[in-house]
Design a protein. Sequence first.
Length: 548
Amino acid sequence: MERMNRKAPDLLLGAALVVGFVMTLVLTREMTFFQDTWAFLINRREITLDTLLTPHNEHIVVIPVLLEQLLLRVFGMSSALPEYILLALFLVVTALLLYVYLKRRVGAWLALLATVLLLCLGPAWEVLLWPFEITFIGPILFGLAMLLALERGDRRGDVLACVFLVCAIGFSGLGICFIAAAVVAVAQGPRQTWLRRSYIFAIPLALYALWWLGYGHDAESHLSLHNLLMSPVFVLNSVSVALASMLGLGPQVGAAPDPSWGRALLVGLAILLGLRQWRHKLPFAPTLWPVLAAALANWFLTAFNAFPGRDPTSSRYQYAGAVFILLILANLLKGVRPSRNVLIAGAVVTACAIGPNLVILKDGRDILDPQSVLTRADTAALDIAERTVPEGFQLSPEVAGTPSLVNIYAGAYLDAAEEYGSPAYTEEELREAPEEARKQVDIILSQALPLSTVTRLGAYGPGAGGADCVDVAGDAEVRLAPGLNAIELAPGPHADFTLRRFATGEYPVKTEGADGDSVTLLRVPRDASRQPWFLRVEAAQPAEVCDS
């Protein structure tokens, strides 16, 4: 029975990891590729030095690009499920490594509670639900692995630590923080070992410096005197918000940020830890300083490069912040073995935090789900318009209905889709898709084909536009054939012409319409779909549509 009790935290951790893995896949089951992922999918398909080393949002992204291309070549582009499975694996392995690190310092039960908080960290919903964010998770995963490798205290551990650091910086600049940790860890050893062990951080640092000299120095930077002077406030808010996020008091999705709760918690926690140190006169654990160096490097480097959209309450920063806080606390409390009552209180706090955080996570999912609908609809339109859409046609926010598809240009996308498949709706799926998707397909098609009109004023006359005319007086709808269609409008006021194709509840495509006594030629290019266009003419005077 005693042995079973000792194993209980590990068994519960295993269950928590399984639940976390499944939760990620369930929450993302309807999602497809999102935002920055498209830059890797369609613009970096060729494995060259440029595609591997060109920075993305000023970060080195060698390993994420390689992983994306591996998934692309093995599984294609018709489904994003493989990359969501990869995301779930990254999250689970990171949580497992954190548990091992914490368990060695504060025991299995506290480590379990802390790990569960990380797995359910709703305010970090962007990291937990968006595979592109392995650029943030990867450095933390390999940074934790590096810290654990150094604890071996032997040459093999040092070699592994160096390898893990190289991997960490290969994901993003967040890896630099763990290089700082390695520098401090080596400096804590005997002086005669400094030079011999310096390769642990020197090799990854040299590789990063070479990248920066060759590619990284051209990346956009937001370093400014203002950011430098405001960095202490930024760091204070970052720590406060991350602490509050773990305890279920973090920023709600879409709500105005307020670090007040976090500041109060931080002050209270600092007082309690200070009293403990003062009463027991405990020395600080040597392993505190490497993680403190990494944490401060993370928060200050983020502060130096801050700009609107990269504030301390940003969802993507909560994950790293929570990990660093837990690492610091574990080292400050090293050797603590809490009583049963303390563990019960900790379990209650954890349970109370999980509920609000899962609500925030679900709200984050609700933000991303509509983006998948728009993505599948917009790319479906490109697939249908393949014959005539210009290669440089971009799914800009004004066209696509979302800023998350700015990396998609028709030419590059269609080339990738031809080789690896398309995640877009098929025509059969469009019929069952939300009305917003069908509406969006019509809007994109009208510009991608494109539909075009030319109006000749004073040209009205029975049959002036062509043959096979259909009367559309008042507010009527007519089915259009591919090619030229003539809208003959008798003298009278301005008339409105609107179109639909896949949409059913409205006519989402607007045209300039025409004044009375005119003939408007409407060109409908032929494309890959047999679904007809429908034209509605809203006119007070006689009007007809003719096959021109």
